[in-house]
Structure formats: structure tokens, C-alpha cells
Design a protein around this ligand. Structure first.
Ligand code: ACO
Length: 426
């Protein structure tokens, strides 16, 4: 019978090693036994940007990048986006199962009863420049929450962890909406527990504006939050786990994860897409823009993905949601450019050869813009949805006995030992 092992031959010393395979993976640490001399450290694997390294075992999110499949806890993203809601999906991600009615009511109540943002946080918000980037303020405000909940450091206490999970899910949208109101010179709107999670978020931003709280828009916002809720070991989830592995409170870890999300290659891409579409301006400019992309002068933002080598399933759901929003708001003038850009790019050799397809952020920004949300808030909305995923990843990390403090190795390429030279002699 075939063995589930890998045989390696070290040709430096003509020695053979047999290494166990589990889930088509070998343990990097098994390579350490491979050495030429006994006093050597042993072999490592070199994997800049972790393109082929599994850092954990996870039961949360499944992606098949070649087939364009995304599932949370086994449920296809299309079904969750169509039929569930953000709070239910948060519970699913964090606890592993869809809640029954009673469990959902308790979860909702626990979130709602923890939505009182500490009063001094509002003073901190007032202190931010009104033109500050809202991701910078969100990152700071989430970190600041840890100073109001010092007991959150007791991460071995499950009750404490549950409380802080509830607070984060409840308060991240409030921090975001409060800063938005501050940036617009508007009074802060408190949360309203009679509203759904998505509607409450929109209401805290737009204070009962009926057009901006239209059911189609609330529904689209809910879908966008669900679609952004988790995506396995992406850059920000990895940061959540890396920071979490040194065992600080979850506010500090979420703040770090949000920092990772901020960048234009990750959550900041939706903002970058709108800027790009704005720069292209007219359909006549698409050709010259794509030439620049192919000459590697610029990137086609909202295209490409580390994992998906097919159409991102979230982008398909978003395209559907876009229609119901545009039915209310009227079409977004940049949509035509986006559609043409997509269609031309998908037919060109550069994109076909590299399996570059639209990702979740290609269309999300267009919907947000039509909803009347300023471009700089796009990544913040992503962070609100993703908070549930970060917390699910964090909870799983805490219960994983195999995990220790994250600490990669390096291949040292610097000088050998050399003696200090006094400044006057350099
Ligand atoms: N535009 C043009 N070329 C691209 C793009 C793009 N958007 N994405 C990748 N490529 C090219 C690369 O230049 C490279 O070409 P080469 O083989 O000739 O060198 C090839 O495709 C492979 O790309 P990599 O950079 O190796 O892919 P990687 O997995 O490292 O990057 C990433 C993935 C960062 C998402 C990249 O596709 C990108 O920068 N996209 C634009 C930003 C974006 O939309 N980010 C959002 C991702 S979704 C999310 O985070 C929620």
C-alpha cells in the first residue's frame, strides 16, 4: 500500500529522510533533522510572503481559489449573502454553528447591551482632525478601547473573552459612524437597538435619512458586511493571529489587524479602485490605462488575488447587490467604465495568462459611493464586517494547543562579526 510519507534525499551527504504527510502538507519542523553536521541548526523552508506555508489548522473558512469557492463553516457564501444577516454570520464564524432563534436572540441582546462606547472615547473622537483618514482614527480608537477594559487582558477567561467579543462587534461600527459624523461637523447619533446591525450602522451615519436607509440599501450593506466577514489566513487575519499569539487583549489585536487591512493591496483596494476609475475618466481612456498596466507602470486595482485564480465569488454576489442599489440611487457613472474595463481586461492575454479576475473590491466601492458614503470610509466598512472574522480567528487561535508565539526564522544575509570603530575613525 502507498505510504503517506515523503522521501527526501540530501545529496550533500547522500542521506535519505522519510517525512510524514498530513493533508498534503509536511511539517516544516520535520526538515530540521536534515543537516550535514550535528552542530548545524538544520534545514528550514524559505517562504517570503507565506505563499506556500500553512500557519494553522482552521475550521472557519474554506476557499478553493481555482474553482472560486468560498464557504464559512461549510456554508456557501452565496447562500449566506442571500439569506442570512451579519449578526447571524458573526455568530456562525465565531462559534461554529448557525444559531437557533433563542440563541440568536441572546447573541443579539448580548451585542446590543454592550454598545455603550465609553464616554471619554467621544472626547478622543472630537480631538481628531476632521480631515483625518477614518482608518487611522478607527485603528487608534479600537486600541484606545483596551484602556477602558483592562480586564480584557485575561484572555484565559472565556467569559471575559465573550464579553470583549460582544463589545467589539457592537462598538466598532459606532466608532466608525461617530468619527464620520465628526468629520462632517454633524452631531453623533447613538445606536438604536430596534434596528438591524446594518440599518443601525447606516442610521448612525445618516440619521434617519430615508433615501439612505432604503431597504434595498440596508440589504446591500448587510450583504457587503457578510461578504467581507472572513477570508481565512489573509494579511489582516494573519496579523490578528500573530499579534494575538503574544497574548495581548483582543482590542490591541483587532487594532493591529485593522492596520494591516488599511493598505491598498488589501482592504484599501476598494478606495484605490474608485480613485483609479476617477483617473480613467472616460471609456476612451481605458485602452491607454490598460497599456500602462501591462507595462507594469500601474496596477489594475480590484483585480488579482493571492488565492483566487478564478472569479472571486464575492465579486459575483456584489455585482448582483449593485443592481438593487442602483435601482434606488440611479446608476453610478463610473460603473460603465468599470464594466468595460473588466470586459476588456478579461479578454486580454496579460490578465488571462496570470489568472487575474475582479476581486471583492472591484465593485464594492461603486456601491458604497452610490450609497453616499465617502471614499475614505470604504475600508472602514470592510473593517466593520471583518471584525467578526478576526475575532473568530483569534478565538480559534486561543483554543489551539499547537500554537505558540508566532516567530518566523530568517536567512541572515548581513555581515559576519566586525569590530566597533570609533566615530572619529569612520
Ligand atoms: N494589476 C496588474 N498586474 C497584476 C495585478 C493587478 N492588479 N495583480 C497581479 N498582477 C501581476 C503581477 O504583476 C505579476 O506579474 P508577473 O508574473 O509578470 O510578475 C502576476 O500578476 C502575479 O502577481 P503577484 O503580485 O505575484 O500576486 P500576489 O498574489 O502577490 O498579489 C494582490 C495579490 C496583492 C492582491 C495583487 O493581485 C494586487 O496587488 N492586486 C491589486 C490590489 C487589490 O485589488 N487588492 C485587493 C485584494 S482582495 C482583498 O484584500 C480583500
Amino acid at each position: 500500500m502507498a505510504k503517506n510519507t515523503l522521501t527526501l534525499i540530501d545529496n550533500r551527504v547522500d542521506k535519505t529522510y522519510e517525512i510524514e504527510i498530513e493533508s498534503a502538507t509536511i511539517r516544516a519542523k520535520d526538515l530540521r533533522q536534515i543537516k550535514v553536521t550535528e552542530d548545524e541548526f538544520g534545514m528550514m523552508s524559505y517562504d517570503p510572503s507565506f505563499e506556500n506555508t500553512a500557519s494553522c489548522k482552521s475550521g472557519i473558512t474554506f476557499i478553493d481559489g481555482d474553482k472560486g469557492i468560498l464557504r464559512y463553516r461549510g456554508y456557501p457564501i452565496e447562500q449566506l449573502a442571500e439569506s442570512s444577516n451579519q449578526l447571524e454570520v458573526s455568530k456562525l464564524l465565531i462559534d461554529g454553528e448557525l444559531p437557533n432563534e433563542k440563541e440568536f436572540r441572546k447573541w443579539q441582546l448580548d451585542i446590543q447591551s454592550n454598545n455603550a462606547v465609553p464616554e471619554p472615547i467621544k472626547d478622543i473622537i472630537q480631538a481628531f482632525p476632521k480631515n483625518a483618514h477614518p482608518m487611522g482614527t478607527l485603528i487608534s480608537l479600537v486600541a484606545a478601547l483596551s484602556t477602558f477594559y483592562p480586564e480584557a487582558k485575561n484572555i484565559t477567561n472565556d467569559k471575559e473573552n465573550y464579553l470583549n467579543i460582544c463589545r467589539l462587534i457592537a462598538q466598532v461600527p459606532i466608532l466608525a459612524a461617530h468619527f464620520y459624523r465628526h468629520s462632517q461637523n454633524l452631531t453623533l447619533i447613538p445606536p438604536d437597538n430596534s434596528l438591524s446591525y446594518a440599518e443601525n450602522l447606516l442610521n448612525m451615519m445618516f440619521d434617519g435619512d430615508e433615501k439612505k436607509l432604503h431597504p434595498n440599501i440596508v440589504d446591500a450593506m448587510d450583504k457587503l458586511l457578510i461578504l467581507h466577514a472572513d477570508h481565512e489566513q489573509n494579511c489582516s487575519a494573519s496579523v490578528m493571529r500573530n499579534v494575538g499569539s503574544s497574548e495581548p487583549d483582543p482590542y490591541s489585536s483587532v487594532s493591529a489587524a485593522a492596520s494591516a487591512l488599511y493598505g491598498p493591496l488589501h482592504g484599501g483596494a476598494n478606495e484605490a479602485v474608485l480613485e483609479m476609475l476617477g483617473d480613467i475618466q472616460t471609456a476612451d481612456d481605458i485602452r491607454s490605462f490598460l497599456d500602462k498596466v501591462q507595462n507594469k507602470e500601474v496596477k489594475l486595482m480590484g483585480f488579482g488575488h493571492r488565492v483566487y485564480k478564478a472569479y472571486d465569488p464575492r465579486a459575483k454576489c456584489i455585482k448582483k447587490a449593485a443592481d438593487s442599489v442602483f435601482a434606488i440611487t440611479g446608476t453610478n457613472p463610473l460603473l460603465d467604465i468599470a464594466l468595460q474595463l473588466e470586459s476588456i481586461a478579461l479578454s486580454e492575454e496579460y490578465f488571462i495568462a496570470r489568472n487575474l479576475y475582479p476581486n471583492v473590491d472591484f465593485y464594492s466601492g461603486l456601491i458604497y459611493q452610490s450609497m453616499g458614503i465617502p471614499t475614505e470610509m470604504f475600508t472602514v466598512l470592510f473593517a466593520i464586517g471583518r471584525t467578526a472574522g478576526w475575532l473568530a480567528q483569534w478565538k480559534e487561535l486561543l483554543s489551539d494547543d499547537e500554537q505558540k508565539i508566532a516567530r518566523p526564522r530568517q536567512i541572515y544575509t548581513g555581515y559576519g562579526s566586525r569590530n566597533y570603530i570609533d566615530v572619529s575613525k569612520r
